[in-house]
Design a protein around this ligand. Structure first.
Ligand SMILES: [Zn+2]
Length: 633
């Protein structure tokens, strides 16, 4: 990654869900890379966007009662707004419904078709009509669709295929000759292992009769393009390929960042598609692991889905960046919890860095009246030691970033933070102020200068913090426009006044326990009278029938006998109980709850259940047999 032009991409995110922690991580990673490359003088293009075609989107739109395009417009805007709120510096935001993207997909399909690498063939497979998709044997659970619990039907249909098999040997050779094509090595090995078996051709069409929400094939209007064949091309269309200046500047210097679940489309489909279209391959594919969320170490206010914006509103956006970049070793899985985030905030950010900035600026205010200290010679051995560490760390950062070792980069910057704290401890400016004003000036100059360098070197990783430090030092500069050469020792101004501000990172006193404690101290719910309680019509019900609800991951449709009446109730029990365990069970039902429609199903009442901190749901049942319809009081 030493080219002077640098192109970095995130995957385009599927609009069937709003942004979660995984999306935020990949995007923050790409943003840090983009910022660092600009900082080191590269011309950078950073692309992100949304993937908007395909069956899942059509279904999500139908469920929301919207047209697919209107639905995609809405969710895509949520992604764009989230990245803006997180201070992400992408150059372009591509949507696969953008007309230039659609045109490029059709252009490349036609080109590959004309070259003979797309043909009409027959496809047979197990198809779930509920999901409207084919399943492979491996995806089925006991031979059944995991969502609908029904056995899929074997169907055969004509479809277009991309002759991917033709490129198998060439791809193996490429991976062997270019060991850093896919990084880290474990994912390259994963792809090579997959390529030990014969590579099958890729089905790249869907009949319009089944799915119309897609890009029509240019050579057969009865079909739309398979969503991956459409989506991967965003990396070219986002640059304005083939006729734009950006595409000739930045392709093929592409660095694709992805999570490990989409290695196969990026490591196999995409390079073979590029070869078939006679386009040079991208430079690198960088693959990161998953965040495993530890719900037991989360406060209730964050709910049971992590929204990046909730976290940044609570703790600040650089706190989130710092945690994500420091905690994950690139390529491996890592754990996320609020408890660990608070502990990183309190120790690394508040105690080490925040405290350093605050104590240096306080001393400059106190001993120099806020005047920026003057550079003076000669340096003491302690001064030289500090200068040496700063220079060594500045020189090492590019290597760490090129290795995607963001944790290492931050660790080394924190070595500089602790070296500076130690320097102040041993130089004791508070004693020098009483006896040696020249030495005091020299020590405060070094302390000020180290903060200036830290502000710059931190800026690609923690942009708000880098900017805040720079401003508090009395320097008028946008760190985003600064270059790493300016972080050399002695490059700062030596006149003007500092502008000490509020602490960079206020500590969370008491840590996670305090945050959780506050929530538990919330006043209990207000008292109600017996008469109010008696307005609830609570009854024993017996579950007769259990059915899945199309597209819902947690809801089940229950038919429950309450007295002489059989009612439809919707309950969030999917994944909590097997259907077999529910049928025949007696439960507590709120019988006079106003009806509500959930995922298109009208629920007439509610089943009572208890939920623990881990989100496990347990039904309340009578402990002896009693007829359905019996009153609970
Ligand atoms: Zn299904």
């Amino acid at each position: 990654m030493s080219e002077r032009t640098f192109y970095v991409t995130t995957p385009i995110y599927y609009v069937n869900d709003v942004p979660h922690l995984g999306h935020a991580y990949t995007t923050i990673l790409a943003d840090t890379l983009a910022r660092f490359k600009r900082f080191t003088g590269h011309r950078v293009f950073f692309l992100t966007g949304t993937d908007e075609h395909g069956n899942k989107i059509a279904q999500a739109a139908a469920k929301a009662g919207e047209a697919p395009k209107a639905y995609a417009d809405r969710i895509s805007a949520v992604f764009r707004d989230t990245w803006q709120a997180l201070n992400i510096t992408h150059n372009a935001f591509i949507r696969t419904t953008d007309p230039p993207h659609r045109r490029l997909v059709q252009y490349l399909l036609q080109r590959i078709y004309d070259r003979g690498d797309i043909y009409l063939g027959e496809y047979g497979g197990k198809y779930c009509f509920g999901c409207e998709r084919f399943y492979t044997e491996r995806e089925l659970e006991d031979g059944k669709c995991p969502d609908h619990q029904v056995e899929p039907t074997f169907i055969k249909e004509q479809n277009y295929f991309f002759r991917m098999s033709k490129y198998q040997g060439r791809l193996v050779k490429h991976l062997e000759e270019k060991p850093d094509f896919i990084r880290p090595e474990r994912y390259r090995n994963e792809v090579l292992a997959f390529l030990r078996d014969p590579l099958e051709d890729l089905c790249i069409s869907r009949p319009v009769s089944r799915l119309s929400w897609g890009i029509p094939l240019p050579f057969d209007a009865n079909y739309v393009t398979y969503v991956w064949f459409d989506a991967l091309i965003n990396y070219l269309s986002g640059l304005g390929y083939p006729d734009s200046e950006d595409s000739s500047t930045f392709w093929p210097a592409a660095n694709h960042l992805i999570a490990k679940d989409i290695v196969k489309p990026h490591g196999i489909y995409w390079p073979t598609m590029l070869w078939a279209a006679e386009i040079p391959l991208y430079r690198h594919l960088h693959v990161h692991g998953y965040w495993k969320v530890e719900w037991g170490k989360m406060s209730k206010s964050l709910g049971n889905v992590i929204r990046p914006l909730d976290l940044t509103q609570k703790y600040g956006r650089d706190t989130l960046r710092y945690f994500l970049l420091r905690e994950m070793v690139f390529g491996l899985d890592a754990s996320f919890s609020e408890e660990a985030l608070i502990s990183r905030l309190n120790s690394g950010l508040a105690n080490d860095l925040g405290n350093l900035v605050s104590r240096v600026l306080t001393m400059i205010e106190k001993y120099l009246g806020g005047r920026i200290p003057q550079r003076s010679n000669p340096d003491s051995p302690d001064d030289q030691g500090l200068v040496h560490i700063a220079e060594a760390i500045r020189a090492s950062l590019s290597r760490a970033v090129d290795d995607l070792a963001f944790n290492r980069a931050l660790e080394s910057l924190w070595e500089l933070v602790s070296a500076a704290n130690k320097y102040i401890d041993t130089s004791k400016p508070w004693e020098l102020s009483k006896k040696d004003t020249q030495a005091l000036e020299r020590v405060l100059y070094h302390a000020w200068e180290i903060l200036r360098i830290l502000g710059l070197l931190l800026s690609p990783f923690l942009p708000d913090t880098g900017q805040a430090i720079t401003e508090q030092l009395g320097i008028d500069a946008h760190v985003e426009q600064s270059r790493i050469e300016q972080a050399a020792w002695g490059e700062g101004p030596t006149s003007g006044k500092i502008r000490k501000g509020p602490p960079l990172f206020p500590r969370i006193e008491g840590g996670f326990a305090a945050i959780r404690g506050q929530e538990e101290d919330q006043p209990a719910m207000s008292e109600i009278s017996l008469a109010e309680f008696q307005r609830l019509d609570l009854r024993v019900g017996e579950i007769l029938i259990v059915e899945p609800i199309a597209g819902s991951k947690n809801l089940l449709k229950l038919t429950v006998r309450v007295g002489t009446e059989d009612r439809t109730l919707v309950a969030g029990l999917q994944g909590q109980y097997n259907a077999d365990a529910l049928i025949g069970k007696k439960v507590a039902v709120v019988a006079n709850l106003a009806p509500a429609k959930l995922m298109g199903v009208e629920s007439r009442g509610m089943v009572l259940a208890a939920e623990d901190a881990e989100g496990r749901i347990v039904l309340l049942s009578p402990d002896r047999d009693i007829p359905p319809g019996s009153k609970i009081r």
